[in-house]
Design a protein around this ligand. Structure first.
Ligand SMILES: CC(C)(COP(=O)(O)OP(=O)(O)OC[C@H]1O[C@@H](n2cnc3c(N)ncnc32)[C@H](O)[C@@H]1OP(=O)(O)O)[C@@H](O)C(=O)NCCC(=O)NCCS
Length: 188
C-alpha cells in the first residue's frame, strides 16, 4: 500500500480526507537550537548505574543485539518505523554518523545514532532500563559531541503515540516544530 505522508498544516490533508483517505499514523519532528551545554552535561550524568560513552564499530554486534530486542517496541507509523536489518546494516551506521551507548557493567543497554548533520536516526533503551534517564543520557552525549564539531541545530522525530520518546526529547530542550499525518488510500 502506498501511504501519503503530509504535514498536518498542509491544505492537502482536507483534500485527501474528502477523497476518503484515512489517517493511519501521526508523527512529529522536533528541533533543538543552540542547546544548553550545562543542561546536557547534567542529563548525561543523571542516569544512575550506567556508563555512557561513544561506541566504535567493534560494538556493532552488541548494537545489533540491543536493536533486535527493541525492534518490536518502536511504535509503527508509515513515517517512523524502524527496520534494524543485519550486522552489515548496523556497521553502516558508522559511515552515516556516530553511535553512543550506555553500559551496565559489560552489557550494552542503550544506543543512539546521530548523523553528522545533527539528526538523530534512532534511540533505544532495553526494557528494564527505561524511564530513568538513560535515553536522555545517551542522546545528550551525542549532542555534546556534535556541538564540539560545530553543529548548532539538532533534529529528531517520532510517532505521536510514543510518549517516552517525546518526553525524553522535550526534557532535553527539543521543540516540536512539525506534525505529520500518514494517510492510507480508500479501500477498493
Ligand atoms: C523512547 C526511549 C528511547 C526513551 O528512553 P528512556 O530511557 O525510557 O527515556 P528517559 O527516561 O530518558 O526519558 C523519558 C521521559 O519521558 C517521560 N515520559 C512521559 N511518558 C512516558 C512513558 N509513557 N514512558 C516513559 N517515560 C515517559 C518521562 O517522565 C521522562 O521525562 P523526565 O525525565 O522529564 O521525567 C525508550 O522508551 C525506548 O527504547 N523505546 C523503544 C524504542 C523507541 O521507541 N525509540 C524511540 C524512537 S527513535
Amino acid at each position: 500500500m502506498t501511504f501519503e505522508v503530509v504535514r498536518a498544516d498542509d491544505p492537502r490533508c482536507a483534500v485527501l480526507e474528502a477523497d476518503g483517505y484515512t489517517v493511519v499514523g501521526e508523527s512529529w519532528a522536533a528541533r533543538l537550537r543552540d542547546p544548553d551545554r550545562a543542561m546536557l552535561e547534567q542529563a548525561g550524568r543523571r542516569a544512575e548505574g550506567v556508563v555512557v560513552r561513544e561506541l566504535g564499530v567493534e560494538s556493532a554486534a552488541a548494537v545489533l543485539e540491543v536493536e533486535t530486542a527493541n525492534e518490536p517496541d518502536y511504535p509503527y507509523t508509515p513515517a517512523t518505523h524502524r527496520v534494524v536489518g543485519s550486522l552489515e546494516t548496523i556497521r553502516e551506521l558508522w559511515t552515516a554518523g556516530r553511535v553512543f551507548g550506555a553500559f551496565d557493567g559489560g552489557r550494552l543497554v542503550a544506543v543512539t545514532h546521530i548523523r553528522l548533520d545533527g539528526e538523530t536516526e534512532f534511540t533505544s533503551v532495553l526494557d528494564g532500563y527505561r524511564g530513568r534517564g538513560v535515553g536522555q543520557a545517551v542522546k545528550a552525549a551525542s549532542i555534546l559531541a556534535l556541538l564540539e564539531q560545530g553543529v548548532r541545530v539538532f533534529g529528531t522525530g517520532g510517532a505521536a503515540v510514543n510518549d517516552a520518546s517525546l518526553g525524553a526529547n522535550l526534557a532535553l530542550g527539543y521543540v516540536v516544530e512539525e506534525r505529520w499525518r500518514s494517510y492510507a488510500p480508500p479501500e477498493g
